[in-house]
Design a binder for this molecule. Structure first.
Ligand SMILES: [Zn+2]
Length: 503
């Protein structure tokens, strides 16, 4: 986390700019994009971003720090916008481009930084805004989804094996945001849609975190904000919907994204932030997929500003988030959840007919928006990791910032071990879920000695981190650690998993 270095000459220019900014005079900032962001048709490259951020940094308003280096040695940067100093109590984290070829979230952030540099009053004094515009610079340079090690960063929030995701989580734990927003893009013209002569209707979408461990009042407030953005996007002429995944209507299922926690949205939701994902729709098969970048950037900016809200909104979210951070753990942990359509409600899914450009509303009963909890287990007091698996778990506990104790001597405890019956290999097209479901059986709790070298992770710690501990360690979760290659060898059907539940 070294300071971002600014050459001497540039520093003098920045100081002069800072002095000018104090007066009401507004100086135009040189930027690698048009003055009107809606005209953007080319994304900002890693190199252009570095030059721009060096030039735009100014003391007391815009601070740039390096938080990590990627596998290929590129900088993962954090940009802090703050003009209220200690008065800025509403902490916001916007992060984007975990997937290197999904660019609009980053571009929208950079245009916002330019605007604040030119007109600091755009940033409310009570907002402490942290931006990580390009989390995956290696992927951005190669214009591909994965990072320099070939990893999908937005499936790495459980294991935190990559330097980029580790940096994001260090930042999130340091600032403990009240509001967090992840930035992505999806393909509007996927093959299953084009086969029917359609493309996805929305150009900009948003969804809230939905993990059942996140307090319901936080999830409800977030979904309200998703709905409240509709008239704003309408006014700007952008097709907008709640983000969902799935196939074309009416036959295929559509649903919000998974309630698992291997992504950023649910990760920071459990830390107590009102947490969102934004996804803009790209025409990947168009002659120039970036021709309409300006429209996607505009859609993004509308959502970013909407989520910053007014003072009353920020005060409300500040209180909800602070409450969530102290919220005691629930007595039960949902371990098996799925999306359903309770009562078989008929809804419509909009698509765009490619030949005519018309919007079609297709009636369907396959929009699954109700999260059903099919199985739960009592919340334990702690988890115990057996000594033979400690080396594999230690890096995760450390990267997740979880407090743990390594037993120096045997300790008596009431231990519930969990036997793995099987790990399901194939993708299940009927269940429409990932493969690697772990089917387990809880054993009767027994009083026994945990051997020396056991790692004990107590849930009597910061509630946000305790929730993380459950998500990472709970062996009864339908989708747990053991589907990941690193942990695969620990999943031996018929044997106990290396993590047991303590009471
Ligand atoms: Zn993505």
């Amino acid at each position: 986390m070294t300071r971002f270095s600014i050459p001497g000459g540039l520093m003098r220019r920045v100081m002069v700019a800072a002095l000018i900014a104090v007066s009401t005079f507004v100086a135009a900032v040189e930027a690698p994009f048009p003055a009107d962001h809606r005209q953007m048709s080319k994304t900002v490259s890693y190199g252009e971003m570095l030059t721009f951020l060096e030039a735009v940094a100014r003391p007391g308003l815009i601070t740039v720090t390096e938080e990590a280096r990627s596998h290929q040695g590129r900088k993962v940067l954090l940009v802090r916008l703050n003009r209220g100093g200690a008065k800025a109590r509403f902490r916001v984290l916007w992060y984007a481009q975990q997937h290197g070829n999904e660019v609009a979230g980053k571009d929208a952030q950079l245009t916002f930084i330019r605007d604040v540099a030119e007109r600091p009053s755009l940033l409310p004094e009570d907002v402490d805004l942290y931006l990580m515009p390009m989390l995956n610079p290696d992927g951005a340079e190669a214009h591909r989804r994965f990072n320099g090690a070939g990893a999908d960063l937005n499936r790495d929030h459980l294991l935190l094996e990559q330097p980029e995701t580790q940096a994001l989580h260090r930042v999130a734990r340091r600032i403990r945001p009240h509001l967090a927003v992840d930035g992505h893009e999806f393909g509007r013209d996927s093959e299953d849609l084009t086969a029917r002569g359609w493309e996805a209707w929305p150009v900009i979408t948003m969804d809230a975190a939905n993990h059942p461990l996140i307090p319901a009042y936080l999830r409800t407030a977030a979904l309200e904000a998703v709905a409240a953005a509709t008239p704003l996007q309408q006014k700007a002429g952008h097709a907008y919907a709640r983000y969902s995944v799935g196939g074309p209507p009416p036959d295929e299922e559509t649903r919000p994204s998974t309630p698992e926690v291997d992504d950023g949205r649910n990760s920071f939701g459990t830390l107590g932030a009102l947490s969102f994902i934004i996804e803009a729709g790209v025409r990947h098969h168009a002659p120039n997929p970036q021709a309409d970048l300006g429209e996607r950037v505009d859609g993004y900016r509308i959502l970013y500003r909407h989520l910053l809200g007014d003072r009353a909104w920020r005060d409300r979210i500040f209180k909800l988030s602070e409450r969530a951070r102290r919220e005691p753990l629930p007595p039960f942990v949902a371990t098996n959840t799925f999306w359903a359509n309770l009562g078989g409600k008929a809804t419509t899914v909009k698509v765009r007919e490619k030949a005519t450009g018309r919007t079609l509303a297709i009636p369907t009963a396959n929009a699954m928006e109700d999260l059903v909890v099919k199985a739960s287990v009592p919340t334990p007091k702690a988890y115990a990791i057996e000594p033979s698996a400690a080396a594999l778990f230690l890096p995760i506990l450390e990267a997740q910032g979880l407090r743990f104790e390594r037993l120096a001597a045997p300790r008596r405890a009431r231990v519930e071990s969990v036997r793995l019956l099987r790990l399901e290999e194939p993708f299940d097209p009927l269940y429409q879920r990932y493969k690697d479901r772990q089917i387990v059986e809880r054993q009767a709790p027994v009083a026994r000695d945990l051997p020396a070298g056991t790692l004990v992770v107590s849930l009597d710690q910061d509630p946000g981190l305790a929730r993380r501990a459950i998500q990472v360690l709970e062996p009864c979760l339908l989708y747990g650690l053991y589907g990941y290659p690193t942990f695969r060898a620990l999943a031996v059907p018929g044997s106990s998993l290396p993590v047991s539940r303590l009471f």
